[in-house]
Ligand binder design. Structure first.
Ligand SMILES: Cc1cc2nc3c(=O)[nH]c(=O)nc-3n(C[C@H](O)[C@H](O)[C@H](O)COP(=O)(O)OP(=O)(O)OC[C@H]3O[C@@H](n4cnc5c(N)ncnc54)[C@H](O)[C@@H]3O)c2cc1C
Length: 289
């Protein structure tokens, strides 16, 4: 997303505090950040998040003293410190989404009436930006931090027929799966219909499925859902590469298996070729024109 934003000449600064915004007579905007950075831009979108509108609710009258401004404290059953009062939605904080707020409402009612309720373990996130962004499950950074061995499978929208039909040049679907079991851990999507597509991965994750499901499934053609199949094969190919690497017993065998010398020579040749080409091309162009 950041890469795509950069290609549109947008700069995104996350986790910064704005100390001042000044518009000059020429129309440009200068923004000072708490970190002492200074940005000058044609347009600035300044986003600060949301807080609950609780100050006029007279929560003290209901016995809910001492709540933080805009927040109501709850326990894991969504009960406030006054147990027959439940709180759900934006007033309880993260993730503060319509999807999760509705489910919290259901959970609270089930608890109040003693009805068993199995909460959804992993929730999807959707950003209705252009292009759309959606994800379910941990990021690569989180898996790395938790030391979970994972592998990645990618599919670019422009690799598949539907992506080419709609002309999506930036769309990408990424599967993260456990290396030993191939169990699907997460799906990250950017591009057209990302917020819809993510639910396919969500279902497979909910049933503890592996990426093999996508390899063997037949998808409608042409659809963006086919990205799951392409990404799953990409992921499986990476595992095969790794398995051949592990199967080779010595460094020589590894070199032979991958023909490292030839690859290196080819790369060096390509690089030299590219360097020469870069040198020659300017002369060639000058001669031609
Ligand atoms: C610009 C924007 C875009 C968003 N996009 C998405 C999205 O794409 N997907 C998503 O899942 N979520 C999205 N959200 C978040 C989502 O809207 C909220 O998480 C969700 O509406 C929270 O539900 P809620 O019931 O807690 O609060 P609300 O939906 O805000 O409902 C609270 C209600 O209480 C009423 N109220 C307040 N004070 C009083 C009072 N004193 N007496 C009586 N009534 C009162 C309000 O009028 C309001 O109707 C977006 C939010 C914003 C602001």
């Amino acid at each position: 997303m950041l890469h795509h934003a950069r290609s549109l000449e947008m700069k995104i600064r996350l986790g910064e505090e704005v100390t001042s915004i000044v518009r000059s007579s020429s129309g440009a905007v200068a923004v000072e950040l708490e970190s002492k950075k200074r940005l000058v831009a044609d347009t600035v979108l300044f986003s600060v998040g949301r807080t609950g509108d609780t100050d006029k609710l007279n929560l003290e009258a209901a016995g809910l003293e001492g709540c933080k401004p805009g927040r109501i404290e709850i326990n894991s059953d969504l009960q406030t410190p006054v147990p027959h009062i439940y709180a759900v939605g934006d007033v309880i904080g993260f993730p503060a989404l319509a999807s999760t707020s509705m489910e919290q409402g259901r959970r609270a009612v089930c608890h109040a009436f003693g009805h068993p309720f199995e909460p959804c373990k992993t929730i999807p996130y959707g950003l209705y930006t252009i292009p759309e962004i959606s994800m379910i499950g941990p990021t690569e950074e989180q898996l790395t931090k938790d030391r979970i061995p994972y592998e990645v499978g990618h599919a670019n929208f422009n690799q598949i027929a539907r992506g080419q039909i709609i002309g999506d040049q930036v769309g990408m679907l990424k599967l993260l799966f456990q290396r030993d079991t191939r169990k699907l851990l997460a799906v990250h999507i950017i591009g057209d219909s990302a917020t819809e597509l993510v639910h396919i991965g969500q279902t497979v994750m909910a049933f503890g499925g592996t990426i093999d499901y996508f390899c063997d499934a037949v998808f409608n053609y042409p659809t963006l859902a086919e990205c799951y199949k392409v990404a799953a094969f990409d992921g499986r190919n990476r595992l095969c590469l790794e398995e051949s690497f592990q199967a080779a017993e010595s460094a020589d065998e590894v070199a032979a298996a991958f023909d490292l010398d030839a690859t290196l020579a080819e790369l060096q040749g390509t690089q030299e070729g590219a360097d020469n080409e870069a040198n020659v091309s300017e002369e060639a162009i000058a001669e031609t024109w």
